[in-house]
Design a protein around this ligand. Sequence first.
Ligand code: PEP
Length: 251
Amino acid sequence: MRRKRVIGNWKMNGGLAANAALLDELLPSLAVLQGVDLAVCPPFPYLAQVAARLEGSDVALGAQNLNVATKGAFTGEVGGGMLKELGCRYVLVGHSERRSLFGECDEVVAEKFASALKAGLVPVLCIGETQTQRRQGQTEQVVSAQLQAVLRRAGIQGIAAGVIAYEPVWAIGTGETASPEQAQAVHRHIRALLGEFDRARAEATPILYGGSVKADNAQALFAQPDIDGGLIGGASLEAAAFAAICQAAAR
Ligand code: PEP
């Protein structure tokens, strides 16, 4: 039985006062939930602030990106060891905004995944097709290629030590959510692909859905057999909405 998990991706949003207010409102509602693993991923400058505020709660900290290198002359970049030292448990890898806006290809994403594992972090591998790729019937082919790049680099044991987030690009930040059946079909495909390498590890690997998850659609998505929770963008910035989504994933 896989535990449900909900991770909030704040993207490039927040500020000292706004973060404090959000967490003050959110944490009491999350404290009563059971049977679900929760995390929030603020921007780098606020990791220490949020880490301090999360102390004593069951909500984990995550970052949104890392560099493949551990240290060195990479101005503006952040290594996995630094994130670990700041208290991060998770790091997002290959978010579609990183792929489309910052040119991260499958090979770089795979390297980042391996680097996160090496630093003792749990990488959250984001994969998903664009609207055009879906219309052309390429969804399974695209997510398979994205996954296979990471499988080649980190192996099935590496993948199983992380988390996968299926995030159709056309659903991210658009208000257009995949239907529970559409999402489940891709999640089942992902698990079947992993199962070709190791059935037990495929069964144990958490596969989250992301893409305009809201309080009113979370329950139906999370009820699908291969959907193990959500990666939440916009709604993670609103305490009531994020709490309701976490509640939908709780036992
Ligand atoms: C995301 O950024 O990973 C995401 C799923 O965003 P949203 O929930 O806003 O679609």
